[in-house]
Write a protein of this length. Structure first.
Length: 498
């Protein structure tokens, strides 16, 4: 995992010191940093404004059908950021949905506003799920104690509830922040010059690849700052229940007539994040028959499949020994290996892809612009996704079964082959499917590492949208949404089983 980043650093320092200073310390870099910071802050603010009220409604009030609201509010995860950007662009303009159906010509939501809307509507479920879990797990006695001391509901929320949500807030903000700074598709379609967009243009157009390497290093540094800050906040605060006994059941707040605005808020969020993309996609697909595009659509699906399937298998192959080491043989070395496995996922995808390019050009030239390099990059980047289901399954395997096998003379390899492997089969299947579907819709890594002539679903959809060919891009976007829905379904299925 560290080797590609090492080569990224080597390429960045190939320039003379004077040129490095001139590249990094110039107004263009500061402008990109400010643009990325503004976008990240705007997305975090908007996602918090959406996720916090939603989480409070489903956990602390007598809102009807809270489980249904939770599922529906999480479904926007099936609509990637670049597809959400496609929906917003397809809604406005002269040929947009609103003008064609209602005669209302909306301005195209480009720039900071458009990128913020597209990324917020896609990423708010990450924060919502964190806050929902934190609110549901809080001890009801804390609120009751505050009320007995004379605190109003508002004071109780700001003095008791909100401080206890710090870990959940920072964990959600970390995921959202890492996604925003690494996003390429949405910011490119919205013509917003953030770090990732300019890294691609600098590299792809061969303007200045050393400058692209330095921008990637700055992006990696920002990501590491996010991770360190989140860990610092998490480690400094303790919010576990310290009282003895069983926690009391929470008395849910009665909404009364506030139920009407609550449902209106939920409907607005769901319509914007889920209804809008589906409506716009349906509109564009209905304008022309899909049949003429089926051969190209099938070819793109085949190209995506040729990279995603082997990447999923390789990711599980890499993740299995890491999971076994961490669960069955915990040690400082196991913890280091576990942390290293997550580096690829914490590094912004475009920076990681650029690091893989420099690695191939420097040491493995035969792999450059080959499907093998793309598969390897997918597998390393999505390794943490495979680790989750595998570790969860391993924790459910009784260690006594392995001990019994050892008493019968089984060595470590036999125990692994006859005990661990069969019992973790379900986790392996889930991990393979999750990595496969995520790789099918991956855009930034595919853009930099795709072999010549490789036209995945995401690449074709993005290319046609950026050229204004929304009608031709719609079938690809719809297929991506269908595939992404499989991941959301798998996540809820796993949660239901656990």
């Amino acid at each position: 995992m560290l080797v590609p980043l090492f080569y990224l650093g080597v390429r960045a320092f190939e320039a003379e010191p004077d040129r490095i200073v001139a590249l990094v310390w110039r107004w263009r870099t500061a402008e990109l940093l400010l643009n990325t910071a503004w976008l990240t802050l705007a997305v975090i603010a908007l996602t918090t404004a959406i996720a916090l009220p939603l989480a409070w409604l489903v956990t602390r009030t007598d809102l009807r059908y809270p489980q249904l609201v939770t599922v529906v509010a999480t479904l926007p995860l099936a609509v990637p950021g670049y597809v959400m950007a496609f929906a917003l662009l397809g809604l406005a303009g002269h040929s947009g949905f609103m003008n064609q159906i209602f005669g209302i010509r909306l301005p195209r939501p480009e720039g900071l506003v458009g990128a913020t809307l597209a990324l917020s509507l896609y990423t708010y479920p990450y924060l919502f799920l964190n806050l929902r879990a934190a609110l549901a797990g809080m001890d009801p006695g804390l609120d009751e104690s505050a009320r007995t001391l004379g605190c109003t509901p508002r004071q109780t929320f700001f003095r008791v509830t909100l401080p206890h949500l710090k870990p959940a807030l920072f964990a959600g903000w970390l995921v959202i922040g890492l996604y925003v700074i690494g996003d390429f598709g949405a910011v490119a379609l919205m013509r917003y010059e953030a770090f990732s967009y300019v890294i691609y243009t600098q590299y792809a157009a061969a303007f200045d690849r050393i400058y692209a390497a330095w921008l990637a290093l700055i992006l990696v540094s920002i990501a590491l700052v996010f991770v360190v800050l989140e860990g610092y906040v998490r480690d400094r605060n303790r919010y576990a229940r310290t009282a003895h006994g069983t926690a009391r059941l929470r008395v849910r707040a009665k909404l009364g007539w506030w139920a009407v605005p609550a449902w209106l808020f939920i409907a607005l969020v769901v319509m914007a994040a889920l209804g809008l993309p589906l409506l716009v996609l349906g509109f564009w697909i209905s304008l022309a028959p899909v049949a003429p595009a089926l051969p190209e659509l099938l070819q793109s699906f085949t190209h995506s499949l040729s990279a995603a399937l082997p990447a999923a298998l390789v990711a599980v192959l890499f993740a299995l020994p890491v999971a076994v080491l961490g669960v069955r043989y915990p040690s400082p070395i196991a913890r280091v290996v576990d942390r290293l496995a997550f580096i690829g996922y914490a590094v912004p995808p475009l920076a990681f892809a650029l690091a893989m390019v420099f690695l191939a050009l420097s040491s493995l030239p035969l792999l450059y612009q080959t499907l093998t390099l793309l598969v390897l990059a997918y597998a390393l980047n999505f390794l943490p996704l495979a680790l989750g289901p595998l570790r969860a399954t391993l924790y459910q395997v009784p260690k006594s079964m392995e001990d019994a096998a050892r008493t019968l003379g089984y060595g470590p390899l036999k125990v692994f082959w006859h005990i661990i492997l069969p019992l973790t089969r379900r986790g392996m299947v889930v991990a393979t499917v999750m990595v496969f579907v995520i790789a099918m819709k991956e855009l930034p890594i595919a853009f930099l590492l795709a072999p010549t002539g490789f036209r995945s679903l995401a690449i074709v959809m993005f290319g046609r949208t950026s050229e204004g060919m929304l009608l031709q891009a719609a079938p690809y976007a719809l297929l991506i949404v269908v595939l992404s829905s499989a991941v959301v379904w798998l996540v809820f299925r796993q949660e239901g089983r656990s």
